[in-house]
Design a protein around this ligand. Structure first.
Ligand code: DGL
Length: 272
Protein backbone atom coordinates (compact mmCIF):
# COMPACT_ATOMS: atom_id res chain seq x y z
CA UNK A 1 0.00 0.00 0.00
CA UNK A 2 1.34 3.45 -0.91
CA UNK A 3 2.11 5.76 2.03
CA UNK A 4 -0.27 8.70 2.45
CA UNK A 5 1.19 11.98 1.30
CA UNK A 6 0.24 15.52 0.46
CA UNK A 7 3.49 16.94 -0.95
CA UNK A 8 5.02 15.64 -4.17
CA UNK A 9 7.70 13.02 -3.64
CA UNK A 10 10.83 13.77 -5.66
CA UNK A 11 13.45 11.05 -6.01
CA UNK A 12 16.99 12.26 -6.78
CA UNK A 13 19.02 9.38 -8.18
CA UNK A 14 22.79 9.13 -8.65
CA UNK A 15 25.52 6.50 -8.63
CA UNK A 16 26.65 7.98 -5.33
CA UNK A 17 26.38 11.25 -3.46
CA UNK A 18 26.57 13.56 -6.50
CA UNK A 19 22.81 13.94 -6.30
CA UNK A 20 23.40 16.09 -3.22
CA UNK A 21 24.49 18.96 -5.49
CA UNK A 22 21.05 18.77 -7.10
CA UNK A 23 19.39 18.47 -3.68
CA UNK A 24 21.26 21.67 -2.73
CA UNK A 25 19.79 23.44 -5.78
CA UNK A 26 16.25 22.29 -4.89
CA UNK A 27 16.74 23.42 -1.30
CA UNK A 28 18.07 26.82 -2.48
CA UNK A 29 15.06 27.18 -4.78
CA UNK A 30 12.80 26.29 -1.80
CA UNK A 31 10.63 23.86 -3.78
CA UNK A 32 7.88 22.59 -1.50
CA UNK A 33 8.45 18.86 -2.02
CA UNK A 34 9.50 15.81 -0.04
CA UNK A 35 12.99 14.83 -1.17
CA UNK A 36 14.46 11.35 -1.34
CA UNK A 37 18.02 10.61 -2.47
CA UNK A 38 19.01 7.26 -3.92
CA UNK A 39 22.72 6.43 -4.25
CA UNK A 40 23.60 3.25 -6.14
CA UNK A 41 26.46 2.56 -3.77
CA UNK A 42 26.74 -1.09 -4.79
CA UNK A 43 27.70 -0.09 -8.36
CA UNK A 44 29.64 3.18 -7.83
CA UNK A 45 31.38 4.64 -9.82
CA UNK A 46 29.32 4.62 -13.03
CA UNK A 47 31.93 6.62 -14.96
CA UNK A 48 34.21 3.63 -15.19
CA UNK A 49 31.53 0.95 -15.91
CA UNK A 50 30.56 -0.68 -19.23
CA UNK A 51 27.59 0.89 -21.04
CA UNK A 52 26.01 -2.56 -21.51
CA UNK A 53 25.93 -3.05 -17.73
CA UNK A 54 24.68 0.47 -16.96
CA UNK A 55 21.81 0.27 -19.43
CA UNK A 56 20.49 -2.78 -17.58
CA UNK A 57 21.27 -1.63 -14.05
CA UNK A 58 20.17 2.03 -14.09
CA UNK A 59 16.47 1.48 -15.05
CA UNK A 60 16.20 -1.39 -12.54
CA UNK A 61 17.53 0.62 -9.64
CA UNK A 62 15.42 3.65 -10.54
CA UNK A 63 12.25 1.57 -10.83
CA UNK A 64 12.92 0.02 -7.41
CA UNK A 65 13.54 3.50 -5.95
CA UNK A 66 10.35 4.95 -7.43
CA UNK A 67 8.33 2.11 -5.94
CA UNK A 68 10.02 2.33 -2.53
CA UNK A 69 9.28 6.02 -2.02
CA UNK A 70 6.12 6.40 -4.16
CA UNK A 71 7.91 9.01 -6.26
CA UNK A 72 5.91 11.49 -8.34
CA UNK A 73 8.98 12.66 -10.27
CA UNK A 74 12.48 11.28 -10.61
CA UNK A 75 15.65 13.23 -11.37
CA UNK A 76 18.49 11.21 -12.88
CA UNK A 77 21.08 13.38 -11.16
CA UNK A 78 23.93 11.70 -13.00
CA UNK A 79 25.28 12.84 -16.36
CA UNK A 80 26.85 9.43 -16.95
CA UNK A 81 23.50 7.67 -16.56
CA UNK A 82 21.36 10.35 -18.27
CA UNK A 83 23.50 10.57 -21.42
CA UNK A 84 23.12 6.81 -21.83
CA UNK A 85 19.80 5.70 -20.39
CA UNK A 86 17.40 8.65 -20.23
CA UNK A 87 15.13 7.37 -23.01
CA UNK A 88 15.25 3.79 -21.72
CA UNK A 89 14.16 4.94 -18.23
CA UNK A 90 11.42 7.18 -19.68
CA UNK A 91 10.10 4.16 -21.59
CA UNK A 92 9.87 2.09 -18.41
CA UNK A 93 8.27 4.42 -15.87
CA UNK A 94 5.03 6.38 -15.79
CA UNK A 95 6.16 9.51 -13.92
CA UNK A 96 8.12 12.52 -15.27
CA UNK A 97 11.85 11.86 -15.58
CA UNK A 98 14.23 14.83 -15.47
CA UNK A 99 17.67 14.10 -16.91
CA UNK A 100 20.89 15.88 -15.96
CA UNK A 101 23.13 16.32 -19.00
CA UNK A 102 26.20 18.52 -19.65
CA UNK A 103 25.28 22.23 -19.44
CA UNK A 104 26.75 23.10 -22.86
CA UNK A 105 24.04 25.60 -23.80
CA UNK A 106 24.50 27.94 -20.79
CA UNK A 107 28.28 27.62 -21.14
CA UNK A 108 28.10 28.72 -24.78
CA UNK A 109 26.05 31.74 -23.69
CA UNK A 110 28.70 32.68 -21.10
CA UNK A 111 32.01 32.22 -22.92
CA UNK A 112 33.75 35.37 -24.17
CA UNK A 113 36.73 33.63 -25.75
CA UNK A 114 34.76 30.84 -27.46
CA UNK A 115 36.73 28.11 -25.66
CA UNK A 116 34.81 25.96 -23.18
CA UNK A 117 36.25 23.25 -20.96
CA UNK A 118 34.07 20.19 -20.42
CA UNK A 119 34.92 18.21 -17.30
CA UNK A 120 33.01 14.95 -16.95
CA UNK A 121 33.49 11.25 -16.31
CA UNK A 122 35.47 9.25 -18.88
CA UNK A 123 32.14 7.81 -20.11
CA UNK A 124 30.21 11.07 -20.42
CA UNK A 125 32.89 12.81 -22.53
CA UNK A 126 32.68 10.11 -25.21
CA UNK A 127 28.90 9.74 -25.45
CA UNK A 128 27.03 10.49 -28.73
CA UNK A 129 24.55 12.47 -26.57
CA UNK A 130 27.40 14.77 -25.53
CA UNK A 131 28.51 15.12 -29.18
CA UNK A 132 24.95 16.13 -30.09
CA UNK A 133 24.77 18.76 -27.36
CA UNK A 134 28.03 20.26 -28.58
CA UNK A 135 26.95 20.23 -32.23
CA UNK A 136 23.57 21.75 -31.39
CA UNK A 137 24.48 24.34 -28.75
CA UNK A 138 28.18 25.18 -29.05
CA UNK A 139 28.35 26.07 -32.75
CA UNK A 140 31.34 28.29 -33.46
CA UNK A 141 32.94 27.50 -30.09
CA UNK A 142 35.72 25.07 -29.23
CA UNK A 143 34.97 22.51 -26.53
CA UNK A 144 37.98 20.92 -24.82
CA UNK A 145 36.83 17.72 -23.11
CA UNK A 146 38.49 15.90 -20.27
CA UNK A 147 37.33 12.61 -18.74
CA UNK A 148 38.45 12.81 -15.12
CA UNK A 149 39.47 9.55 -13.45
CA UNK A 150 38.82 9.37 -9.71
CA UNK A 151 37.30 12.84 -9.33
CA UNK A 152 33.82 11.61 -8.31
CA UNK A 153 35.53 9.34 -5.77
CA UNK A 154 37.49 12.33 -4.44
CA UNK A 155 34.20 14.19 -3.91
CA UNK A 156 32.82 11.17 -2.00
CA UNK A 157 35.97 11.12 0.15
CA UNK A 158 35.58 14.81 0.96
CA UNK A 159 31.94 14.30 1.96
CA UNK A 160 32.94 11.39 4.18
CA UNK A 161 35.31 13.71 6.05
CA UNK A 162 38.49 12.28 4.54
CA UNK A 163 41.21 14.29 2.82
CA UNK A 164 41.03 13.56 -0.91
CA UNK A 165 44.28 13.07 -2.83
CA UNK A 166 45.09 16.57 -4.22
CA UNK A 167 46.79 15.08 -7.28
CA UNK A 168 43.30 14.17 -8.57
CA UNK A 169 42.25 17.84 -8.62
CA UNK A 170 45.56 18.89 -10.13
CA UNK A 171 45.30 16.27 -12.90
CA UNK A 172 41.66 17.21 -13.60
CA UNK A 173 42.57 20.86 -14.18
CA UNK A 174 45.71 19.98 -16.16
CA UNK A 175 43.52 17.75 -18.36
CA UNK A 176 41.63 20.86 -19.52
CA UNK A 177 44.16 23.69 -19.37
CA UNK A 178 47.15 21.76 -20.75
CA UNK A 179 45.35 20.84 -23.98
CA UNK A 180 46.08 22.80 -27.12
CA UNK A 181 43.92 25.93 -26.84
CA UNK A 182 43.64 25.50 -23.07
CA UNK A 183 45.12 28.95 -22.50
CA UNK A 184 41.88 30.54 -23.79
CA UNK A 185 39.39 28.50 -21.72
CA UNK A 186 37.16 30.93 -19.79
CA UNK A 187 34.20 28.68 -18.87
CA UNK A 188 34.26 25.16 -17.43
CA UNK A 189 31.21 22.91 -17.44
CA UNK A 190 31.06 20.65 -14.40
CA UNK A 191 29.29 17.80 -16.19
CA UNK A 192 29.19 15.36 -13.32
CA UNK A 193 26.95 16.07 -10.34
CA UNK A 194 29.79 15.22 -7.96
CA UNK A 195 32.00 18.02 -9.25
CA UNK A 196 30.15 21.08 -7.82
CA UNK A 197 30.83 19.47 -4.43
CA UNK A 198 34.59 19.93 -5.02
CA UNK A 199 34.47 23.17 -7.01
CA UNK A 200 36.62 24.98 -4.41
CA UNK A 201 39.37 22.36 -4.76
CA UNK A 202 39.23 22.56 -8.57
CA UNK A 203 39.34 26.35 -8.41
CA UNK A 204 42.47 26.11 -6.27
CA UNK A 205 44.23 24.13 -9.01
CA UNK A 206 43.00 26.19 -11.98
CA UNK A 207 45.73 28.47 -13.37
CA UNK A 208 43.37 31.47 -13.39
CA UNK A 209 39.76 32.30 -12.49
CA UNK A 210 37.13 30.99 -14.91
CA UNK A 211 33.33 30.79 -14.88
CA UNK A 212 32.03 27.45 -13.58
CA UNK A 213 28.73 26.13 -14.92
CA UNK A 214 26.68 23.25 -13.59
CA UNK A 215 23.13 22.02 -14.11
CA UNK A 216 21.73 22.39 -10.57
CA UNK A 217 19.66 25.57 -10.94
CA UNK A 218 18.25 24.55 -14.32
CA UNK A 219 17.17 21.20 -12.88
CA UNK A 220 15.43 22.91 -9.95
CA UNK A 221 13.58 25.19 -12.42
CA UNK A 222 12.55 22.25 -14.61
CA UNK A 223 11.30 20.34 -11.55
CA UNK A 224 9.27 23.36 -10.41
CA UNK A 225 7.76 23.66 -13.90
CA UNK A 226 6.76 19.98 -14.05
CA UNK A 227 5.21 20.07 -10.56
CA UNK A 228 3.45 23.40 -11.02
CA UNK A 229 0.27 23.57 -8.95
CA UNK A 230 1.41 20.71 -6.69
CA UNK A 231 4.17 22.47 -4.75
CA UNK A 232 3.74 23.21 -1.08
CA UNK A 233 4.40 26.73 0.24
CA UNK A 234 6.88 25.38 2.80
CA UNK A 235 10.54 24.54 2.14
CA UNK A 236 11.59 21.05 1.02
CA UNK A 237 11.85 18.28 3.57
CA UNK A 238 14.72 15.80 3.27
CA UNK A 239 12.95 12.52 3.97
CA UNK A 240 15.02 9.41 3.24
CA UNK A 241 18.50 8.75 1.89
CA UNK A 242 18.59 5.35 0.22
CA UNK A 243 21.60 3.27 -0.77
CA UNK A 244 21.88 -0.08 -2.55
CA UNK A 245 24.34 -1.69 -0.15
CA UNK A 246 27.97 -2.54 -0.76
CA UNK A 247 30.34 -0.39 1.27
CA UNK A 248 27.60 2.09 2.06
CA UNK A 249 28.12 2.89 5.73
CA UNK A 250 29.98 6.15 5.06
CA UNK A 251 27.35 7.14 2.48
CA UNK A 252 24.52 6.60 4.92
CA UNK A 253 26.32 8.63 7.54
CA UNK A 254 26.83 11.51 5.08
CA UNK A 255 23.15 11.41 4.09
CA UNK A 256 22.11 11.53 7.70
CA UNK A 257 24.55 14.37 8.53
CA UNK A 258 23.31 16.23 5.44
CA UNK A 259 19.85 16.32 7.00
CA UNK A 260 17.91 13.32 5.70
CA UNK A 261 15.50 12.19 8.41
CA UNK A 262 16.29 8.52 7.84
CA UNK A 263 18.41 6.21 5.73
CA UNK A 264 17.46 2.89 4.21
CA UNK A 265 19.10 0.14 2.17
CA UNK A 266 17.10 -0.61 -0.96
CA UNK A 267 17.17 -4.15 -2.21
CA UNK A 268 17.46 -4.30 -6.00
CA UNK A 269 16.89 -7.44 -8.05
CA UNK A 270 19.85 -7.22 -10.41
CA UNK A 271 22.73 -9.56 -11.15
CA UNK A 272 24.96 -6.57 -11.88
N1 DGL B 1 27.61 11.79 -10.57
C1 DGL B 1 27.79 11.08 -11.79
C2 DGL B 1 27.64 11.99 -13.00
O1 DGL B 1 26.98 13.01 -12.93
C3 DGL B 1 28.91 10.12 -12.00
C4 DGL B 1 29.86 9.68 -10.97
C5 DGL B 1 30.33 8.27 -11.22
O2 DGL B 1 29.65 7.37 -10.75
O3 DGL B 1 31.34 8.07 -11.92
O4 DGL B 1 28.13 11.69 -14.05
Amino acid sequence: MKPLKNRPHVLVFDSGLGGLSVVNAIVNARLGVDLFHLADTAFFPYGEKADGDLIIRVPRVIRAGIEAVSADLVIIACNTASTLALDVVRGQVDIPVVGVVPAIKPAAAKTQTGTIGLLATPKTVTRPYTDQLITQFAKGNTVLRHGAVGLAGAAEAKLAGETPDPSIFKASMAGIFNQEGGETVDVIVLACTHYPLVQAELEAWAPRPVTWVDSGEAIARRTAFLLEGQLDADAPVLRTGLTTGGKDEATRRVLSDFGFQSTQVLSVKSQL
